[in-house]
Design a protein around this ligand. Structure first.
Ligand code: SF4
Length: 337
């Protein structure tokens, strides 16, 4: 019988011992919690959740939008600045759709200046506030509707939905992706977060969806860091492909001498070509400049010639006039005689 090819997801997943691994990650993460994990919940008044759910939902989504590619502390800071700043300026509920729409773009950018892509995020916040206001101040609670909002990606929408109480998928960011790759919870072809999410959602039972990203993000930030993971203090090293296999697919492969030399040569050639191009451009520019100068000179010469001619004509006409006058005076004199 021929050997069965390992291509289907059923052949690869679930990985053996995945429950044990998750349990150990949970234990490690518990000991790591020294600061609130999700700034979204920490930066927003929890009482709002019960008193004004729609406003709370709006603030959660707003904070999620600010958090993209930004450290948790900075997201919390920006959210706080927004809430305080908007309340000071416009009163009312502070960080709400109406205040955001009233606030000029420059002021909004200033309030969230500590997050990255502040200009783009300020525009997205305004668009989101407009959509919510048009929707009777209600924040949508379905994935397709949330994805229609500019600046809201899949991971962000899933995080917000989970906060609203709906677990629709596993939010996968770079930390979750790296950890999942290293412990073989995703396929070697899952090189980005989107592909990793899709694989995880295929085999991880739904009851675990809620906690995986929370645990893996914390674990990835403190122990299984992208650069220099702390494998010595890791309790799942026994099950980790990255730790046990020097040639594991999640490792960046070391280049051989030949590859390095080839790359060097290529780089040299590229630089040579660049230099040649630059030289050509320079020569072209110089030629153009020369031509322009010559044209200028020719024009000036023409102008001078014209002026000269005009002067000559003028002087000639003056001479003829004076000759005519002389003749006239002579004839007058003759008549008198
Ligand atoms: S052993 Fe190292 S690489 Fe593997 S999960 Fe632990 S920290 Fe990450």
């Amino acid at each position: 019988m021929s050997k069965k090819k390992v291509t289907d997801i059923e052949d690869l997943f679930p990985p053996p011992n995945w429950k044990k691994v998750l349990k150990k990650v949970k234990q490690m993460s518990k000991s790591l919690v020294t600061q609130p994990m999700l700034t979204v919940s920490s930066s927003i008044d929890k009482d709002l959740k019960t008193s004004d759910r729609e406003l709370w939902k709006f603030q959660v989504l707003g904070s999620c939008m600010l958090s993209s590619l930004t450290k948790d502390e900075l997201t919390a800071k920006a959210t706080k600045q927004l809430a305080v700043g908007l309340k000071k300026k416009y009163g009312g509920k502070g960080f709400c759709p109406a205040s955001i729409l009233k606030c000029p773009n420059d002021d909004l950018v200033e309030m969230i200046s500590c997050v990255c892509f502040k200009n783009r995020k300020a525009i997205s916040l305004k668009k989101m506030a407009q959509i919510v206001q048009d929707n009777d101040n209600k924040v949508p609670e379905t994935l397709p509707e949330l994805l229609k909002i500019p600046g809201v990606g899949k991971k962000m929408a899933l995080v917000a939905l989970r906060k609203y109480g709906h677990v629709m998928g596993i939010p996968v960011d770079s930390h979750v992706c790296v950890v999942a790759q290293r412990i073989d919870w995703v396929k070697p072809t899952d090189k980005n977060a989107d592909k990793a999410r899709s694989t995880l959602e295929q085999w991880v039972p739904k009851e675990y969806w809620d906690e995986i990203d929370y645990l893996f993000v914390l674990f990835g930030k403190v122990i299984c860091k992208t650069r220099n993971p702390d494998c010595e203090n890791c309790k799942i090293s026994k099950y980790c492909g990255y730790f046990n296999d020097e040639n594991h697919w999640s490792r960046k492969k070391k280049k051989t001498k030949k590859q390095k030399e080839k790359e060097k040569e290529k780089e040299k050639e590229r630089r040579k070509k660049k230099r040649k191009k630059k030289k050509k451009k320079k020569k072209k520019k110089q030629k153009l400049k020369k031509k322009q100068k010559q044209k200028k000179k020719q024009k000036q010469k023409k102008k001078r010639r014209k002026r000269k001619k005009n002067k000559e004509i003028e002087s000639a006409s003056e001479d003829t006039v004076s000759e005519k006058e002389l003749e006239k005076t002579k004839t007058r004199k003759r008549k008198h005689k």
